[in-house]
Design a protein around this ligand. Structure first.
Ligand code: MLT
Length: 392
């Protein structure tokens, strides 16, 4: 048998395990040091109590003959689909039907899996610096990729390319730079996609972190976006579900792709794929996700997000005295311009301060000379890390 030799074109390891390996080695050699991680964007606050209560209640239902549930609908239970549509989209004036929303076990998986219904001959445009999953999964598939370097002079907002692309990944609020696309930017991208028959894969996993009420939360706020865009969202960063796992993807009914037989609905293809290869997110987790949309849930989420955004503000203010700093205003990521190579800065921060961040170059060429910190640490650790960095 032959392997998929596209895998040979990948970096040896995915960015975050590579960092984890270096940190583990440092800890082994320096057992007395307390290492603080502001590296991978993993949440530290526990689950909202409203979700915990929902998990307990749903678990009890699963333990009773009368309320036990086996396989659920692959696409997600109606109660969660309705909560998503009414909670996330209706307030924005966006109408979706339940057939258009697919509940899954993570945005990362959706980003990779969606490609299965798209030809390998599509030309992909990927912003750079970028969440590495967009790039690595397209390398795995063997697609032609062009990079759209996002520069500091444009506040790391991707500029519309002059060339034609079939698939474009956009992430707003952005991981890793913390930049956010405005209505104007999104309108330009939707117009570009219409003109070029392209598909936009819009990752808005961090939409809950947008503080500025004038910024768009969904690409479907733009007229005509349903004809060109898939939207991916996650409960990981919204409600601390990184360990629980739940996300969703919107594949609008209007969205069509080309085939030798004519135009085909992406929604139909994705339903076929999803129902064949996925058995749904567990009932108890979907009940926990539903709880986020209750009044109490909304209150707890708001508190959680403002805790992290307060961290972001503190990091930005403090490190702004020492570095040029981007992001952190509508996103949980702070993007620093550092005076040396990104990995060199990583080593220095680890060795001298026992603080872990993420080297900008790990997110691509455009991240060279930059460094990412997250606001997802505890307040205590964030303050401690800043004290140490100040002395660097
Ligand atoms: C990150 O640190 O970039 C994210 O936590 C990774 C992810 O969400 O998969």
């Amino acid at each position: 048998m032959n392997i998929n030799d596209n895998y040979l074109n990948l970096e040896q390891s995915y960015l975050f395990p590579m960092i984890a390996k270096r940190v583990a080695e440092f800890k082994k050699n320096n057992p007395e040091k307390e290492v603080i991680s502001l590296g991978i964007g993993d949440v530290t606050l526990p689950l909202p109590q409203v979700c915990v209560k929902a998990l307990i209640k749903a678990s009890q239902e699963m333990g009773q003959k009368e309320t036990f549930r086996g396989y659920g609908p692959e696409q997600g239970y109606d109660f969660l689909l309705e909560a998503i549509i009414n909670g996330d989209y209706k307030p924005l004036g966006i109408n979706l039907s339940k057939e258009e929303v697919f509940v899954s076990d993570g945005a990362k998986c959706d980003v990779g899996n969606i490609q299965e219904i798209l030809s390998v001959n599509n030309k992909v445009v990927i912003c750079d610096p970028v969440y590495p999953v967009y790039l690595d999964t397209n390398i795995m598939a063997g697609r032609e990729i062009s990079k759209l370097i996002c520069k500091a002079e444009n506040n790391f907002v991707p500029q519309i390319p002059t060339e034609k692309a079939d698939i474009i990944y956009l992430c707003s609020p952005n991981n890793p730079t913390g930049s956010v696309l405005t209505h104007k930017h999104l309108k330009e991208w939707v117009a570009y996609a219409k003109k070029n028959n392209s598909l936009i894969i819009f990752d808005s996993a961090y939409k809950e972190y947008i503080q500025d009420p004038t910024l768009p939360r969904s690409i479907y706020e733009i007229e005509g976006a349903k004809e060109v865009a898939i939207e991916i969202r996650s409960f990981s960063k919204t409600a601390g579900f990184t360990g629980l796992r739940c996300a969703y993807m919107v594949v609008p009914l209007e969205l069509k792709g080309q085939s030798p037989k004519g135009l085909v609905s992406l929604n139909t293809l994705w339903r076929r794929r999803h129902t064949t290869k996925f058995n749904g997110v567990s009932y108890i987790v979907q009940r926990a996700a539903e709880a986020i949309y209750t009044q109490q849930g909304k209150k707890e989420i708001k508190e959680m997000i403002s805790y992290y955004m307060q961290n972001a503000k503190i990091i930005k203010e403090e490190l702004g005295k020492k570095f040029k700093v981007y992001g952190g205003e509508n996103a949980p990521y702070i993007w620093l311009e550092v005076p040396c190579d990104s990995w060199q800065f990583f080593d220095e921060l680890l060795n001298k301060c026992a603080v872990v961040g993420t080297p900008g170059s790990g997110f691509g060429e455009g991240g060279k000379g930059y460094f990412r910190l997250t606001a997802f640490g505890s307040r205590e650790n964030t303050l401690k890390a800043l004290e140490r960095i100040k002395k660097l």
